[in-house]
Unconditional design. Structure first.
Length: 318
């Protein structure tokens, strides 16, 4: 009986536990990196991704779309494999299927469709069309991740899709081309891939998600690279080789390392806003790297799409 009373006296009450929890949470929060670090890392990832379309244009001078798609995924998988071995990461078997689907969409779907599109449309044009990608990603996350968007979200989503469709069909910068359809397929692939990767990142670090996804599909990447080697390599010059290296090292791997780390530090909702600048970076890099003439039309549409995406992201999602 005395032992029971003694134990009862030593056990903290609910208020004490609550106070201890608040103190612990406060200490953990104070140890987190500054939010500006998350913005800096997220912005670095966005800049890396925004150069994908211009460098794809350059790489097409020496490689075919199929070879670029498979070979860049193979090179990125080799880099990811080295990183996983050095850090001694264990393979997450229970996530095999979603990792494989994410790898197929991000490593094959988006690169292949965007490479085909870049054969018929300017990179700056593609940057504006893909400006709807953040909102499409949110819509895919609503379906795949089980979120419940409200009517305001779908209203802004429809308005953004209307703006992009109007730009594609207006012929203000170029005549409507089949490349816009390929860009739409690329956006759908990327949006679904990001949604699956985002869901997996709740239990795995973001860089491990893309790394394991590349490793799982590496046999397909190897077979595709060897099969397209004879017809896919067309005497590339130094510029095409450098562009291909960027697509493999930057767009396929390093960009995800910075982007996912920024999301982890600053929060997905906050750092996700940085992606709104991607269209503008793509337009600027298209002018610098490709010498494309940029008019006020794509800038105006990119600004309108960015505003719509920003409003759509601010709506309530259950």
């Amino acid at each position: 009986m005395c032992c029971v009373q003694l134990i009862g006296r030593q056990r903290p009450d609910a208020c004490s536990l609550l106070t201890m929890t608040e103190i612990t949470a406060s200490r953990q929060t104070s140890q987190l990196p500054h939010p500006l670090a998350g913005f800096a890392l997220g912005l670095t990832g966005v800049i890396i991704f925004s150069a994908t379309l211009p460098f794809t244009h350059i790489a097409l001078d020496g490689f075919s779309p199929l070879f670029i798609t498979f070979a860049r995924a193979l090179v990125a998988a080799m880099i990811a494999g080295v990183a996983l071995l050095v850090l001694r990461k264990r393979f997450p078997r229970k996530h095999l299927i979603p990792l494989a689907i994410a790898g197929l969409l991000l490593a094959y779907g988006f690169p292949l469709f965007s490479s085909i599109a870049m054969q018929t449309v300017p990179a700056s044009h593609g940057g504006v069309v893909l400006g709807i990608l953040p909102l499409m990603t949110a819509a895919s996350a609503a379906i795949i991740g089980g979120e419940r968007p409200g009517p305001a979200f779908w209203a802004w989503s429809s308005l953004g899709a209307f703006l992009v469709l109007s730009f594609s069909l207006s012929g203000a910068d170029i005549e409507p081309a089949i490349g816009d359809l390929w860009l739409a397929c690329a956006a759908i692939s990327a949006a679904c891939g990001y949604a699956i990767s985002g869901k997996l990142s709740r239990t795995l670090p973001g860089w491990e998600v893309i790394s394991w996804a590349l490793i799982i599909i590496a046999p397909i990447s190897l077979i595709g690279t060897l099969a397209s080697w004879s017809s896919g390599v067309q005497s590339p010059d130094s510029a095409a080789l450098a562009a291909f290296a960027y697509l493999a090292l930057g767009s396929m791997f390093l960009g995800f390392v910075f982007w996912n780390k920024g999301l982890a530090i600053g929060g997905i909702a906050r750092i996700g806003q940085v992606q709104l600048f991607q269209s503008f970076f793509t337009i600027a890099l298209s002018a610098v790297l490709l010498g494309e003439q940029i008019t006020w039309v794509p800038v105006a549409f990119a600004s309108a799409v960015a505003f719509v995406v920003w409003c759509g992201r601010k709506t309530r999602i259950g």
